[in-house]
Design a protein around this ligand. Structure first.
Ligand code: CA
Ligand code: CA
Ligand code: CA
Ligand code: CA
Length: 285
């Protein structure tokens, strides 16, 4: 392919070339309902490549999101944020889009170190929040030298799916991919299932590594406190799989609450972040 002529990339084998008016030449057409996006629907300025003058071009702002609300087994929960080309601080968290690491999520992608160990509930720091008509949940997270800990406070009992990509290098890369199901059995009993997705060797199939999962002990608990359900989970440090607990480590997470079945009887999860997408957080001291 390296000898392929550049012009050949544009040589369509099917379909037809369509011309659209793009006054500012930024790649977003002015107004063409036959195309997936245009400046009219985005409410952006057809004569400016950076409609809100925040330093990020319109075309780059569109790429903040994958534009999917209903994903594969997952639905974006709460009031999903889509790029707003006319607002320099799309998520309204005080950080302008050009310096905000996640312009569509109004929280800091950081997990703070727990000076007194992760058992100290009072020092748990809020990471994310889901305000959905189906569930209100707050996620806390912290770490110490032995554990990465998450806590979920919910107004109703719901099974939780927590995905952790230990090295934030991709779900189908490495042996660092933790799929943790937390299933409440009654008001104070929770069942934990760990699935290790081991993609360290492309020849192994299926990726689910039962032997590896057996070696890892995930602690979890469920309490009913002041009318809220509190699920706590601890993932032990593991240099082999990739849960290295140190300042500056990056970890990918995806969190969903199982609230309904789809038409084929599979559980669907309402997610805090965009469906089927990881949110990278940094361990910080
Ligand atoms: Ca344009
Ligand atoms: Ca902009
Ligand atoms: Ca912001
Ligand atoms: Ca990975």
């Amino acid at each position: 392919m390296k000898n392929w002529q550049t012009a050949n990339w544009y040589d369509l084998k099917f379909g037809e070339i369509r011309f659209a008016v793009d006054a500012d030449g930024d790649g977003i057409p002015d107004d063409d309902p036959a195309l997936p996006m245009d400046e009219v629907r985005l409410k952006s300025d057809p004569n400016s490549v950076d409609s809100d003058s925040d330093g990020i071009s319109d075309i780059d702002e569109i790429r903040f999101s994958n534009w999917i609300i209903e994903g594969c087994g997952e639905t974006y929960g709460g009031s999903a944020l889509l790029p707003n080309l006319m607002n320099p601080d799309t998520d309204g968290d005080g950080l302008n889009d050009d310096i905000d690491p996640y312009p569509l999520y109004p929280f800091e992608p950081k997990i703070k170190y727990a000076t007194n160990g992760v058992y100290e509930i009072a020092s748990k720091i809020e990471l994310a929040r889901l305000q959905d008509q189906r569930i209100h949940a707050t996620v806390f997270a912290q770490w110490d030298s032995s554990y990465l800990a998450f806590q979920f406070k919910m107004d109703r009992l719901a099974p939780i799916k927590l995905m952790v990509d230990g090295n934030a290098d991709g779900w189908f890369i490495g042996r660092d991919n933790y799929l943790i199901y937390l299933r409440p059995k009654d008001a104070t009993l929770i069942e934990t299932e760990l699935v290790m997705v081991n993609c360290s060797d492309p020849k192994r199939w299926p990726f689910h590594d039962l032997e590896l999962a057996k070696k890892i002990k995930i602690d979890s608990s469920l309490e009913l406190k002041n009318g809220e359900y509190v699920v706590s989970v601890r993932i032990p440090k593991d240099d082999v799989t990739g849960i290295e607990l140190a300042h500056g480590e990056k970890i990918g997470i995806n969190i969903g609450f199982s609230l309904a079945m789809d038409t084929e009887g599979h559980q669907r999860h309402v997610t805090i972040f965009e469906p089927n997408r990881f949110f990278d957080v940094v361990l910080a001291k």
